[in-house]
Each structure stands twice: as C-alpha cells, then as structure tokens.
Ligand binder design. Structure first.
Ligand code: ZN
Ligand code: ZN
Length: 363
C-alpha cells in the first residue's frame, strides 16, 4: 500500500509502497478515506516533537473497518470510524473518572511511535516504521487499537468528520469543557487556526453572549465571523488586550490561547476579569517558559489547559457528528482545500504559509 513516510526531520515526506501487518489482539485494520493535515504533523517534520523515525505521519484519519483482530469486541468489518489521537484504555484511574484523554496508556503512542502496548505493524522490507500518534493515517490502510477508533453513523462524510479526530474536537472541547462557557458569557479566543475557529464554534454552540476572535490575518478573522464570532480584533493593528477590556466592560469571562506563543498566553491572561478563566491550548516550543505576575492569582483568576479539549471520545465524537449533520456545527467550512496523497508535501507547504484554514488528504 502507499503511505507518506518521514525518514529525516526537515525533509520532504516520501510517498512510497510499504507493508502493513495483519491486526492482532484488539487491533483493527482500517481502509482510510481521508486524513486532515494538522500542525502536529508539521511539528513532527520540523523536529519540534522528537519522534522515532522513520515514521508514517497523519493522525486525523477516518475510514472503514476491513478486518478485526481476534480480541476486538466493539467494531466489525464495514463500520465507519473516526480515528482518535488520544488512546483511552477504559480502565485506568483517569478513564474511570471520566477524563479519558488523560489516560496513562497515551504515552506509548506519543513517545514511542507505536500502537498502545508497544507494537508496530508498518514495515518497509525488513525495516520497522513508526505510527504517528498510533494512527499513521497518511496511508491507504492502517492498523489501530480499537480504543482509538470511534464508530460513527454511515451517512456522515468521512472526508469532513476525519477532522474530529484531533484539532477540531480539541477546539470545541476547549470552549465547552475546559473553559465551560455558559449561555450569555463572554470569551476571547486568541488565534484563528483550526483549533481557534473550532473554539469559536464550540462557544457559539454553548450559547456564549460575546465571542471575540483575535488574529493577525484578516482572512482568518472573516472566517471567525462567519462561524459565530461577534467581534474580531486584528492584533497587528490594535492592542487586543485593551480592546477586549473595552468590549467586555472590564475583561472577558474566559480567554483561550490557540497560538502557542508565551506572550500571547500572558495577553490572554490579562484579557480576563478577576475570577475569570484562561485556557492554554496552543503548543509553545519545548523549553519555553510562561511568566505571569502572581497578583493575577490574587484576583481569583484561573489558568489551565487540557488534553484534546477534555472530550470523552466515544460519547462526544458521535454527538459532534450529529450536530454537524444537523447543521449546528459547520466544521466542513474549515476545509479550504483537498489534496491527493502524492501532494502531501504541497499540503504542508500551504499549511506552513498560512494559505489554508484546514486541508484534507483524500486517500
Ligand atoms: Zn492534530
Ligand atoms: Zn486509561
């Protein structure tokens, strides 16, 4: 089968024929239909997230189950699935507490480039290849653990709902779960990429009274307005913190940072009123430090973050799919371009240059 393999950081992906082993135990073999192109893949290419190479990238996949391992109980051939970046074992303390994206089993897929438990099923001749985030979806087929494959309704377009595997559900969850926006409340969202725009949609869905979106690109701000932002601020022309203060009469109830820049994080913290909550979703370069004046905490402010927006994948993903199908969560509007697998390097170039909101590889 064809797959896009990263052999060295800062090099182009090689689209080539590789081999895939049969699913064992609780694994399922999925024929991939589409995979979103996300910044996390780009971080991996740039070496910002050190990974065991060579590796098949891609982690926002969706497809159809073809074969299942002997111990699989939740899926069968023909099921449509959205693949989840976060593995949840269903048994550890976090899973039992209802916080499955914090599952202790996640480290295998994140750090070892393997499936949960350590196995690898991808090969190029004798050479073993790693699976990015346990998904490896820039490929015609993949093998994943059944706990990373969420069954969804068959009438949902897989080339759209694949986005729910990572960034989009992270943004929606950041607004609904991590911030916990309630009807009428105000929220300032810094950064209008895939996660930030999804946070706008999440805030809208939760009934926020004032949604303020901040970015430096007018094109992205227009999109934010289309998706439900009540006000937009171009931070290259206006001071966003004072503008948020003005719009909210003294600070927003919540701020979400989706940029991954420590200065923007401090600005987000400065944009909320006493007792407000600041949510950090952007991934700042490893080694960077955030500095906040401690008096902010004496004002009762909270600063926090979450793994994948604190969603419960097996409950929330089918729900988000229903909301999309009912026209209440227009995630398809985020997709500005589709590519073939052969064009994967063009897709990353466009992502890096900010030319696309979200793009999808059709497999
Ligand atoms: Zn992602
Ligand atoms: Zn667990």
């Amino acid at each position: 089968m064809k797959a896009a393999v990263l052999y060295e950081v800062n090099k182009l992906l090689s689209v080539e024929d590789i081999q895939l082993d049969e699913p064992q135990g609780q694994e399922v073999l999925v024929r991939l239909v589409a995979s979103g192109v996300c910044h996390s893949d780009l971080h991996c290419i740039k070496g910002d997230i050190p990974q065991p190479l060579p590796m098949v990238l891609g982690h926002e996949g969706a497809g159809v189950v073809e074969r299942v391992g002997p111990s699989v109980t939740t899926l069968q051939p023909g099921d449509h699935v959205v693949l989840m970046v976060s593995f949840s074992c269903g048994k550890c303390r976090y899973c039992v507490e209802g916080r499955p994206t914090m599952c202790v089993g996640n480290m295998d897929t994140l750090a070892m480039g393997s499936l949960p438990g350590g196995a690898k099923r991808l090969r190029k001749g004798d050479q073993e290849l790693s699976h990015f985030m346990g998904i490896a979806s820039f490929a015609e087929y993949t093998v994943v653990h059944e706990r990373q494959a969420v069954k969804v309704r068959e009438d949902a377009p897989l080339e759209v709902v694949c986005l729910l595997g990572c960034g989009v559900s992270t943004g929606i969850g950041a607004a609904i779960n991590t911030a916990g926006v309630r009807p009428g409340e105000s929220i300032a969202i810094y950064g209008c990429g895939g996660v930030g725009l999804s946070a706008v949609m999440g805030a809208k869905l939760a009934g926020a009274g004032k949604i303020i979106a901040i970015d430096t690109l007018d094109k992205k701000l227009e999109m934010a307005k289309d998706l439900g932002a009540d006000y937009v601020i171009n931070a290259s022309r206006e001071d966003p913190q004072s503008k948020v203060m003005e719009l909210t009469g003294g600070g927003a109830d919540y701020a979400i940072e989706c940029v991954g820049n420590v200065e923007v994080m401090a600005t987000a913290m400065g944009s909320i009123h006493g007792g407000g909550k600041c949510v950090i979703m952007g991934s700042a370069p490893i080694g960077s430090m955030l500095s906040i004046a401690p008096y902010e905490f004496l004002l009762g402010k909270t600063i926090t973050g979450s793994v994948q927006g604190g969603i419960r994948p097996f409950i929330d993903i089918p729900r988000f799919v229903d909301l999309f199908m009912d026209g209440k969560l227009p995630i398809d509007r985020l997709i500005t371009k589709t590519y073939s697998l052969e064009e994967v390097n063009d897709a990353f170039e466009a992502l890096e240059k900010g030319k696309v909101m979200r793009s999808v590889i059709k497999l």
